[in-house]
Design a protein around this ligand. Structure first.
Ligand SMILES: Nc1ncnc2c1ncn2[C@@H]1O[C@H](COP(=O)(O)OP(=O)(O)O)[C@@H](O)[C@H]1O
Ligand SMILES: [Mg+2]
Ligand SMILES: [Zn+2]
Length: 330
């Protein structure tokens, strides 16, 4: 994935902070131990002279094997004495070591792989998290969970079509819970349809919350705001935000596009939507699409072919009931 310079800077800052605080803490612990157990400071001084002597022996060349073995035995003994002293004084043996968040790269972001210096996996994960945070900043993610979804807000009695909103919404609720439970990052998508205030955003964010807590990379966007952002960067000279936004939208494990159809449609926004959905559907990467448009309205805005392509990959959930916003806000 491509990321913006800001995302890189943010990730580097986090990893630098991690490394610095691990080193600061190790130094504090060392100072504390030296103050309490002066013998350990002495042992550490001897240990450093051992490594200096070893380096010197290697540098001088000649028959160093014997000399190095001797030094290795001495340092092993010194280390053992040190561990013993730490234990006797109630400290863990690694008390003075740096406790890095990622022991693999020691919070430097780099590792050697096949003779090349590459970014550590922890850093790639951090970049993805930062990109995810950036996009999710605007969503009311924390408030919408399955636990806070109240089915009693939907009427029991059948509506004009002979369907009880309560029973329909119970099925939808269970469907969404199972979807989150069985999510693997690949598979079917969901189309949530229905009037405003029936809980579409709430349930899609409940799915997002659960998947985020399981470590999936979930991105929530509202169609009008993401499309205008993409369009703006597309036509603005020197703005390369479009590429990394597109990358994030296409590569995340789950993309939630809220309020599809309420955007101001242009040739550009239509083709951006086609690209994002096509790209994801080809790779079996799931999308949750929310809309209050009817199928016919969607077809009129996009094309019949495109809508039927989406429908083929989506389970359709038709939300019914009365606008719950008034009930919830009371
Ligand atoms: N069944 C529900 N239980 C509790 N709160 C709900 C429920 N449905 C919707 N809400 C709340 O009502 C408001 C509007 O719901 P929302 O999910 O935005 O509806 P929609 O996306 O269908 O327009 C939100 O604050 C949401 O958290
Ligand atoms: Mg909504
Ligand atoms: Zn790492």
């Amino acid at each position: 994935m491509a990321y913006s310079r800001e995302i890189f800077q943010k990730a580097y800052k986090i990893i630098d902070d991690r490394r610095n605080s691990a080193q600061r803490l190790a130094q504090q612990h060392t100072d504390e131990v030296y103050a309490r157990i002066p013998q350990i400071e002495e042992i550490n001084r001897k240990l450093s002279s051992c490594s200096v002597a070893a380096a010197r022996a290697v540098f001088a060349g000649g028959n160093t094997k014997e000399e190095l073995e001797k030094l290795a035995i001495i340092s092993a003994e010194l280390q053992m004495m040190q561990s013993q002293l730490l234990k006797e004084n109630g400290y863990p043996v690694d008390y003075m070591d740096e406790q890095y968040t990622c022991p693999v790269c020691r919070d430097t972001s780099y590792v050697e792989r096949d003779g090349k210096t590459v970014h550590c996996d922890c850093f790639l994960k951090l970049l993805a998290d930062c990109a995810c945070d950036e996009i999710n900043k605007l969503s009311p993610l924390k408030l919408s969970t399955f636990e806070s979804f109240n089915l009693n807000l939907y009427p029991y009695d059948s509506n004009a079509e002979g369907v009880s909103p309560y029973s329909r919404m119970s099925k939808i609720f269970n469907f969404c819970k199972n979807y989150a439970k069985n999510f693997t990052g690949s598979g079917r998508s969901i189309l949530m349809r229905g009037a405003t205030g029936l809980g579409k955003t709430h349930l899609s964010l409940a799915i997002a919350n659960e998947l985020l807590s399981r470590g999936y990379y979930v991105v929530y966007v509202s169609a009008p705001s993401i499309l205008s952002k993409l369009e703006k960067s597309h036509f603005e000279y020197g703005n390369n935000e479009e590429e990394y936004l597109m990358d994030t939208l296409c590569e995340c494990d789950l993309l939630i596009v809220d309020d599809l159809g309420t955007e101001f449609t242009t040739q550009y926004t239509k083709s951006a939507i086609y690209n994002i959905f096509n790209n994801r559907l080809l790779k079996q990467k799931p999308v949750i699409i929310n809309t209050n448009m009817t199928m016919r309205e969607l077809e009129a805005t996009y094309t019949q072919r495109f809508v039927s392509r989406i429908m083929g990959s989506c389970d359709k959930l038709d939300f019914i009931g009365n606008d719950v916003r008034r009930l919830v806000e009371q």
